[in-house]
Design a protein around this ligand. Structure first.
Ligand SMILES: NC(=O)c1ccc[n+]([C@@H]2O[C@H](COP(=O)([O-])OP(=O)(O)OC[C@H]3O[C@@H](n4cnc5c(N)ncnc54)[C@H](O)[C@@H]3O)[C@@H](O)[C@H]2O)c1
Ligand SMILES: O=c1ccn([C@@H]2O[C@H](COP(=O)(O)OP(=O)(O)O[C@H]3O[C@H](CO)[C@H](O)[C@H](O)[C@H]3O)[C@@H](O)[C@H]2O)c(=O)[nH]1
Length: 333
């Protein structure tokens, strides 16, 4: 019997790639999205239900209509800087929105959820690579809004028997290799698409946020994980919950850190073109280094990244961004 997964935020970047993986694995996919930051053309792998997490009637209607077996919950606002300026918007949308979602799940008797958490819940980590048992002390409202959800999920398990897998992504990057979906954020703030913008757009220059960190070349270290590897982890997490696995949290990263300058150089190598840049001040709230230990996800979920070498990430992202330029030119005509 075909089973249904309700994917909140499935019209966004990570959610759309996961919908593709769910569909390919035989799930019936329903995207629940308010399209505030999502894209109609990203809904290719299942039906769309336009609704808002903050609207209980929308949620009840979606659960009544599709009777999902599980929920994959990506819908959120995800700009760290914006969260500092508008914390209320983040706690309302991300935390209260998830409370509404969980209430609707409890009402509908749906008892499995995969949640998009983030390495931002750790704040500045005490040690590297980062294991799941490190203290979680977020340094911005975005990270805190997600940490609250992790706690709320545990309370809903006690009260309503909803089991959850919290997936703490490190830096999602890359695009579907067949070019069906890719990274589209407006505005774009992430490093790899901005390096590619520098390659493709004569008028754009990247600002490197600080070169005086205590790292091998002075720029920040991050753990870039291919979005298709993230999608695979979601499939494995669904399977894990389906088989009765207990609620748990997993870091999703590669275990390898890459500096900002190493990314810039890799983009230049892959594209054969220079990335115009200047060195600017540090960005507020940027920890010097964030690198996952991916050991637990491998041990318990059987997940191992296979597409996350920096070249594969950049090649797929570059192919997608070239296609995006053609799309934008066509819509501007
Ligand atoms: N991109 C990353 O590197 C990264 C890293 C860690 C965690 N995450 C988390 O992964 C998830 C997806 O991130 P993304 O980069 O794909 O973001 P995105 O902005 O591309 O997608 C988010 C989607 O959620 C939808 N949405 C937001 N609020 C909603 C609401 N109230 N009701 C219904 N739909 C709503 C938006 O319209 C959008 O389609 C987020 O929860 C984010 O916090 C992302
Ligand atoms: O124009 C830019 C953009 C980024 N960077 C640097 O590049 C690295 C990566 O920055 P991104 O903005 O691409 O990613 P973040 O590490 O800030 O953010 C990611 O991790 C966060 C948790 O820390 C959130 O989860 C967020 O959603 C996710 O994209 C950082 O050192 C940043 O300072 C620059 O130098 N210049």
């Amino acid at each position: 019997m075909t089973r249904t997964v309700l994917v909140t935020g499935g019209a966004g970047y990570v959610g759309s790639h996961c919908c593709k993986a769910f569909r390919d694995a035989g799930w019936n996919v329903v995207v629940f999205d308010n399209f505030s930051r999502g894209w109609h053309d990203f809904v290719q792998f299942g039906e769309a239900f336009e609704g808002d997490l903050l609207n209980a009637d929308d949620l009840d209607a979606a659960f009544a209509k599709y009777k999902p077996d599980a929920v994959a919950h990506f819908a959120a606002l995800a700009y760290v800087g914006e969260s500092v300026e508008k914390p209320g918007m983040y706690y309302e949308n991300n935390t209260m929105g998830t409370v509404r979602l969980l209430d609707a799940m409890a009402k509908a008797g749906v008892d499995k959820i995969i949640f998009s958490s983030t390495c931002a819940t750790y704040g500045v980590p005490e040690k590297m690579p980062m294991t799941e048992d490190l203290p979680q002390n977020p340094i911005n409202p975005y990270g805190m809004s997600k940490l609250f959800v992790e706690k709320v999920l545990d309370d809903y398990e006690v009260a309503h028997g909803i089991r959850s897998v919290k997936l703490r992504y490190f830096n999602a990057a890359g695009a579907s290799p067949d070019g069906e979906v890719g990274e589209r954020h407006e505005p774009e703030t992430h490093l790899i698409p901005l390096c590619i913008e520098g390659v493709l757009n004569d008028t754009f220059k990247l600002t490197v946020f600080g070169d005086d960190f205590d790292t091998r070349d002075g720029t920040c270290i991050r753990d870039y994980i291919h979005v298709m590897d993230l999608a695979d982890a979601h499939l494995k997490a669904l399977d894990y919950l389906d088989k009765g696995g207990k609620s748990d949290a997993f870091n999703l990263g590669t275990g390898t850190g890459t500096t900002v300058m190493e990314i810039v150089q890799a983009v230049e190598r892959v594209t054969g073109k220079p990335v115009p840049r200047s060195i600017g001040p540090r960005r507020a709230g940027d920890p010097p280094a964030l690198v996952a230990s991916a050991e637990k996800a491998e041990r318990i979920l059987g997940w191992k990244p296979t597409q996350s070498d920096v070249n594969s990430v950049i090649e797929t992202a570059y192919a997608w961004h070239k296609k995006e330029i053609a799309r934008k030119a066509a819509t501007a005509e």
